[in-house]
Design a protein around this ligand. Structure first.
Ligand code: G6P
Length: 548
């Protein structure tokens, strides 16, 4: 531990935590009228307020020391220089090139990739425009009213999350649908609502081998062939992949196949042609604004000093909460109904990236890594799980987010939405102490014995940390900024934890075992010997049900 350069910084943080003891953030606000000024950062209209975190002005320098000890700045440089940061797969992680709007070259393995990136982007955005304006039509000459993206994980969550978040920006373009699960109900329920003559399917898969996507693609192909004839398949399918040879085998016309590169991780691929369904849904200009928003964050991340650098602050506060206070979960609560898939998107981004137990060198990690990420939009969550956030035994840090103005919704509703968001973070921070509860109950005319019984239930400890993002509107540029902020937060945390944020070996074992079990599951004559007793027992139980 002593030869780890971060160890001293962590020791200092732990000592500082002891010194803070049970200091209540409400007291810190009371003592420092400038607390908000001290603990927020801005990127244009986007504000990141972290004054309700359990930090003081002594905490932040210690966190910046940790960032420096872990060489966040050096590793950031290596990331942006296109170095092989994903060492177990021998790849760079250069999704930033896909949204590089600066005109500057980006080198990966000694080659400027910007020409290829711009050409491919123009190709898929031109295709998107032609689908939107009806230049490209189905076999029978009908324009496309519906677009179905078939993909899973990084080939689904990004465009699905963003198409919903940005739905008011679509105008009268085709309706987007997203099918991911191998559960036939997913594709089946979607197809029930669609007219095959007016539907375009996009098969999105980086590897073009993913079981779920290939199964759904084959069924969708059969659906089109049955309804419109085999010859119609070419007019109703497009594909996005890095494996162009495998796409060709599926029979998709080459001018409808859009590529990307190995240096784009699946969960970082929304900025590539994987965003095609989103681009069709919101149109070229809006999609480009989305990319611009992310590019602004890349510039901010590389240029802003640590104490004003929002992704760095997000990451360090996360480490403070995870590794010093030992909070195991982190909630993301957007006060925006259309951000309903944002936490699901972040689950893949954060938990697939940083849910690791070994360092880059393959040694056991010294600190807990990714917390559980979860959440639902406010105000709905308030009427469900917020009880636990306010009074449960676990403390769960929260990211709140809210737009200053509604995109298109009623302003009165929006005022209430904002008031709810602020009230919740205030309540988490302030809490309500026993004497305050007692005074309220006394005022209500309760007797002392009634107060003694009820008061403990009405106490809120407070001191529950949260950060709040506020931005003018949830538009394409804002969403691009938010996603890129979280991407770089994840990277910074991976540097501090010394793990590889860009591989995902943990998803492989289940896939392998599924391939072994699938023939046994689908063929009752296959023996279950050699399987563990639980797996064999479950297969046999299902077989019995099939007989009965
Ligand atoms: O795009 P694909 O190759 O179909 O991969 C889809 C997803 O499945 C994999 O198992 C990984 O866990 C994800 O990172 C990936 O996004």
């Amino acid at each position: 531990m002593s030869n780890n350069p971060s160890a001293a910084a962590f020791s200092a943080l732990n000592a500082h935590k002891t010194h803070l003891g049970s200091t209540h953030v409400a007291e810190l606000f009371a003592h420092n009228p400038l607390r908000f000024q001290h603990f927020h950062a801005r990127l244009d209209d986007l504000l990141f307020d972290y004054s309700k975190q359990r930090v003081t002005q002594a905490t932040m320098p210690l966190l910046f020391d940790l960032a420096r000890a872990a060489d966040v700045e050096g590793r950031r440089k290596a990331l942006f220089a296109g170095e092989i940061v994903n060492t177990t797969e021998g790849r760079a992680a250069m999704h930033m090139a896909l949204r590089n709007m600066s005109g500057k070259p980006i080198m990966i393995e000694g080659r400027d990739v910007m020409g290829d990136v711009a050409a491919e982007r123009d190709k898929y955005l031109t295709f998107a425009t032609k689908v939107r304006d009806g230049t490209l039509r189905g076999t029978g000459g009908a324009p496309f009213t519906d677009v179905v993206n078939i993909g899973i994980g990084g080939s689904d969550l990004g465009p699905a999350m963003a198409a919903r978040a940005l739905s008011p920006f679509g105008g009268d373009g085709p309706r987007p649908h997203f099918v991911s699960n191998v559960d036939g109900a997913d594709l089946g329920d979607t197809l029930k609502t669609l007219d095959p003559a007016r539907t375009l399917f996009i098969i999105s898969s980086k590897t073009f081998t993913t079981q779920e996507t290939m199964t759904n693609a084959a069924s969708a192909r059969a659906f089109v062939a049955k309804a419109l004839g085999e010859a119609a398949v070419g007019d109703h399918f497009a594909a996005v992949s890095t494996k162009l040879d495998l796409v060709a085998k599926f029979g998709i016309k080459s001018d409808r196949v859009f590529g990307f590169w190995d240096w784009v991780g699946g969960r970082y691929s929304i900025w590539s042609a994987i965003g095609l369904a989103l681009a069709i849904s919101i149109g070229r200009e809006n999609f480009e604004a989305f990319l611009h928003g992310a590019h602004d964050v890349d510039t901010h991340f590389t240029d802003a000093p640590l104490d004003k650098n929002i992704p760095v602050l997000m990451a360090l506060l996360g480490v403070w909460n995870r590794n010093v206070w030992f909070y195991g979960s982190h909630a993301v609560i957007p006060y925006d109904q259309r951000m309903g898939r944002f936490s699901a998107y972040l689950q893949q981004l954060e938990m697939e990236s940083n849910g690791k137990s070994v360092t880059r060198a393959g040694e056991p990690v010294m600190h807990a890594t990714a917390p559980v990420i979860w959440g639902e939009p406010g105000t709905n969550g308030q009427h469900a799980f917020f009880q636990m956030l306010h009074q449960g035994t676990d403390i769960i840090p929260i990211d709140f987010m809210v737009a200053a103005e509604p995109t298109d919704a009623d302003p009165h509703h929006h005022d209430l939405l904002v008031a709810n968001c602020l009230a919740q973070s205030e309540a988490m921070m302030r809490g309500r102490a026993r004497d305050e509860v007692e005074a309220i109950l006394r005022k209500q005319g309760m007797s002392d014995s009634e107060i003694t019984k009820l008061a403990p239930h009405k106490v809120f400890a407070g001191n529950r940390p949260s950060s709040t993002f506020m931005y003018r509107r949830l538009d394409p540029r804002t969403l691009g900024r938010l996603v890129a902020l979280y991407e770089h937060k994840v990277f910074v945390q991976s540097v501090i934890w010394d793990i590889n944020a860009f591989d995902q070996w943990g998803v492989e074992l289940g896939k392998e075992l599924c391939n072994r079990l699938a023939p046994i599951v689908s063929d009752a004559s296959q023996p279950t010997e050699g399987l563990d007793a639980s797996t064999a027992g479950l297969i046999n139980y299902r077989r019995l049900m099939g007989e009965g």
